[in-house]
Design a protein. Structure first.
Length: 75
């Protein structure tokens, strides 16, 4: 599809719109998950410590795997 100027437009490309909308929906869902799970744990346990421990456990693999991946990439 061409615009009035003659340049192709991504917004008229069906495949681009499907991938873009799917990625946007997935990112939005992940953000909701990141907010909802700690709040659910706090609601069930009424403990900020439990909520903090869950966030720490969720974050530790990123640190450990990030260090290993960083070393492997630099080889």
């Amino acid at each position: 599809m061409k615009t009035a100027i003659g340049k192709p437009s991504l917004w008229n490309n069906k495949n681009f719109l499907l991938i873009w909308s799917g990625t946007s929906l997935s990112s939005f869902g992940m953000q909701m998950y990141s907010i909802a799970i700690p709040l659910l744990i706090y609601d069930l346990s009424r403990s900020a410590l439990s909520m903090s421990i869950m966030r720490a456990i969720e974050f530790f693999p990123n640190i450990i795997l990030g260090l290993i991946a960083g070393v492997l990439v630099d080889l």
